[in-house]
Design a protein around this ligand. Sequence first.
Ligand SMILES: Cc1cc2nc3c(=O)[nH]c(=O)nc-3n(C[C@H](O)[C@H](O)[C@H](O)COP(=O)(O)OP(=O)(O)OC[C@H]3O[C@@H](n4cnc5c(N)ncnc54)[C@H](O)[C@@H]3O)c2cc1C
Length: 785
Amino acid sequence: MLYHLAKFGWTDVALVERSVLTAGSSWHAAGGIHALNGDPNMAALQAYTIDLLSQIEKESDPDIGLHITGGITVTSAPARWEWLQSAYRISQTIGIEDCHLMSPDDIKRKCPIMDTRGVIGGLWADREGYIDTTGTVQAYAGAARKLGAEVIEHNKVEALRQRPDDSWDVVTEKGTIHAEHVVNPGGTWAKQVGRMVGVDLPVSPLAHHYLVTETIPEIAALDFEVPMTVDLEGFTYMRQDQQGILVGIYELNHQHWNIDGAPWDYGFELIQEDTDRIENELVMAYQRYPVLETVGIKNWVNGAFTFSPDGNPLVGPLRGVRNYWLACAVMAGFLQGGCVGKTLAEWMIHGETEADAWPMDVARYGDFASNREYIRQTIGQFYSRRFVMTYPNEQLPAGRPMKKSPAHDAMDAAGAKWGVSWGLEVPLLFAPQGFEETPTLRRSNAFESVAEEVRAVREGVGLIDTSGFSRFEVIGAAAGEWLDEMMASKLPRPGRAKLAPMLAPSGRLKGDLTVFNWGDGTWWIMGSYYLREWHLRWFTDHLRDGVIVRDISDAIVGFALAGPKSREVLARLTHQDVSHAALPFMGCMRMDVGLLRTRVGRLSVCGELGYEINVGAAEHVSLREALLEAGAESGIREFGFYAMNSLRLEKSFGIWSAEFRQEYTPGMTGMDRWIDWSKEFRGREAALREKDGGTASKRLVTLEVDASNADASGYEPVWSDQGRVGYITSGGYGHHLQKSLAMALIDPRHATTGTELSVHVVGELRPARVIDPSPYDPAGRAMRG
Ligand SMILES: Cc1cc2nc3c(=O)[nH]c(=O)nc-3n(C[C@H](O)[C@H](O)[C@H](O)COP(=O)(O)OP(=O)(O)OC[C@H]3O[C@@H](n4cnc5c(N)ncnc54)[C@H](O)[C@@H]3O)c2cc1C
């Protein structure tokens, strides 16, 4: 942080350290550097840090002990081998080109001390290795000092007091510093430094072991260093340490350590090792590296470092606490520290980050994540699964169930299988009693149930719980004016809804929202449920007098009817006119439905005639009952988000985190269709530059993929005969069209309909071609009918 702030021009900046630099986790870290990460966005950010390390060494004096040995991730499980082949291709998408797959013989040659029995293969990356941790911290600090930054050691920050102008008095042992901005990079103490401004951060330390051996003759005899090695099934990582090795363990039987933050007098101590607790993983390490049987252990390290519930850092500003920034929960500081520093420095200085900061943005969590038991379960789960593959369709148990929509139990009894969005249980599909979905990278055993749900929606009528969408109410004398400035689209007239892109000043996307004008001075914004805190922070930051924005997502829930027979179902429950003339496509109105006073919007993510019916939480159960009863004679069937995904892909409707992200622009994603260029709105200037200059570097297209038993899911590279031309944003099976479909961002020169391309699906090259968008009902007759 210090280095990047100074480098980007904020040189009047100081780091205040309670003890001496490295006095937290940094001094006793294993110093391993891995290029790969299960989250492609994090891997891309890590690549920046790895590049930076050699740069820092040049800019500063201390030797950082950089050993780029290369690294191998090895597996002995067939499913993981498939995953590694897929990960290899995804690495290419994010620009990590120096990877390749390895056979057990290749692995043995690179790492002769490994017993490769049972190993199926591995994924090699050139830029992996290790560094000297203390040297690296000192080098960052030294480089920052040279740029004018200050490091103040032996000085604890005791309190943070905000002045009326939003600047801070940083009260330290040695006096008070007046600062415009404050960053919390408190590591093992981040929780306490959060409490200094009244926030409870979802961060907590766990204890972690590694061992360092004496000299190993087999290593001493080599004329090269053994690579940084991760054994996925063994839960261990290994690297060379002088003429011996260092082996670290992510054990199943994990141990939280001072869950509320380290004691203030903790510093350069270690936790007593507990080899009984890690015995199973140790046995596997001894089998994988048999030299361990014959060599002495020089050193045991059992130290603590911090994690967030998903293991990614917590970075960025906090809603409602101005000029206070987070740079904590950095689980792998030596491979992520640079990208955290760069990202936050850009954010503080420019108000925006160059790369999409979402994977580390603190706003990916809400207050719910600060619950102590949630922290205990989720962080523990992350730690123990550090090297365990999670399938895209796999549901993990930690922290669940937490939030349930009111009709949850009734849907459960009807066969709902659940996923989770921001702590809320959401139905993925409805399956026969006793059904359990098999985790897989390929099409799962849910395929047939999803096909039936899609059929019900396309041919009859389906019902889906819409509690898993966010809803914000906007009221006040200036509500319309404010929305007009925030949203790039025209605002809807009274009684209408409108798709509304929201842009940052840089012209990049900030939301794919729907705005409702209820005609009584009340507006709603609807969006993705898991973006609630992220959007609310943006709204709060840009609020003005005369506008009140309230997050009503927990108070207002609902169901949506979708399919050609949905109008007849709704008509049975209301005395009001639901004809096309009275409630046209994208219309909205208050409506009595059964005994309930509801708000209905006529829209559908499935591309069918559809109605979203919103009610208070207390009315959710009876709304479902009424709709199912009225729908019985039309053959109504409940469906879940798996079917929704298939249906929306057939319509080429993009979704956030896939087709739409904050590093994409309206021109790339087709969002510019909804922009009203005739009005002023935030981000207009930059978006107009893109439009007029035709500078969109990629274009969003729909692909038909010749896949067999697996579909594209996201980040797979797309190839032409001239090389890589783009990547998949999302994919799946279109059950109605009976085609494997995908959406992709590709070079505009290859975006013409009919262009033949190919895509890696689970590591296998598959032919694909660009097709016209919305392969189902391109004219939108079903939706508008
Ligand atoms: C056993 C072990 C092995 C590891 N292996 C690796 C690895 O191989 N690769 C890797 O990348 N990472 C590894 N890590 C993790 C790595 O150590 C951390 O990600 C990194 O050190 C976090 O750095 P930090 O600066 O965020 O936190 P810390 O190092 O904890 O630093 C926080 C600092 O804030 C100071 N501070 C806190 N509160 C105050 C206050 N009120 N006033 C003033 N100062 C304050 C503390 O004194 C401390 O120096 C390992 C960690 C351990 C323990």
